[in-house]
Design a protein around this ligand. Structure first.
Ligand SMILES: Cc1cc2nc3c(=O)[nH]c(=O)nc-3n(C[C@H](O)[C@H](O)[C@H](O)COP(=O)(O)O)c2cc1C
Length: 178
């Protein structure tokens, strides 16, 4: 089996991290890989804030995640990638018939997942976080009101190497081959 399929099987949401700090070079490599993700009209409607070095900001991101009581696991995550949706500049002919942001959520999903797989390849664990206090995070990061913070990815060296069983729909349930 190729390394890619191994990677896909190995990736799982990590919610417990070791104390080992993540090297700056790895963070750069991860974002550099995500940068290559596909997007509608190659519009690349994403930006990412990597919170890792300023401990005050890392704590503030963790607090904005934990605030809702549900996401309590990320207090010891050493890194947070905060993914923002930007204006998607589509080809002019396409922009005339669809809303400019129509594909941005999909594009951001691809960007975020590439980021997760790149991190996994470098030995890190990740968890995509969709539930967090957006106004609080916006304020903590000094972002303007119109900033669209869409997802956060917590990352770090996992505290365990155990790979859990993946609960998934079967191939038959999700795929039709015609
Ligand atoms: C868009 C998105 C939002 C998510 N939000 C959260 C979240 O807020 N908190 C959390 O603990 N996990 C979150 N997850 C992780 C999912 O629960 C997880 O991917 C799913 O249960 C499958 O498990 P696995 O990633 O370990 O394979 C999110 C995943 C995605 C893709």
């Amino acid at each position: 089996m190729s390394d890619f399929f191994e990677l896909v099987k190995k990736r799982q949401s990590t919610r417990s991290f070791s104390d080992k700090p993540v090297e700056r070079e790895k963070l750069v490599e991860i974002v550099d890989a995500a940068r290559l993700s596909p997007s509608a009209c190659n519009s690349q409607p994403w930006k990412v804030i990597v919170a890792a070095e300023d401990k005050k900001i890392v704590t503030e991101v963790a607090e904005s995640v934990a605030l809702l009581g549900i996401n309590k696991y990320f207090a010891n995550a050493p890194v947070f990638f905060v993914v923002l949706e930007e204006h998607a500049k589509l080809n002019r002919s396409i922009a005339q018939i669809v809303d400019s942001q129509i594909w941005a959520p999909g594009d951001l999903g691809g960007f975020t997942l590439t980021l997760c797989y790149a991190a996994e390849e470098l030995g890190l664990g990740t968890c995509v976080i969709g539930l967090f206090d957006r106004p609080r995070l916006r304020e903590a990061l000094g972002l303007p009101l119109h900033a669209k913070i869409k997802l956060i990815v917590a990352a770090g060296y996992p505290s365990t190497e155990n790979v859990r069983h993946k609960e998934r729909k079967t191939l038959e349930e999700i795929a039709t081959f015609v």
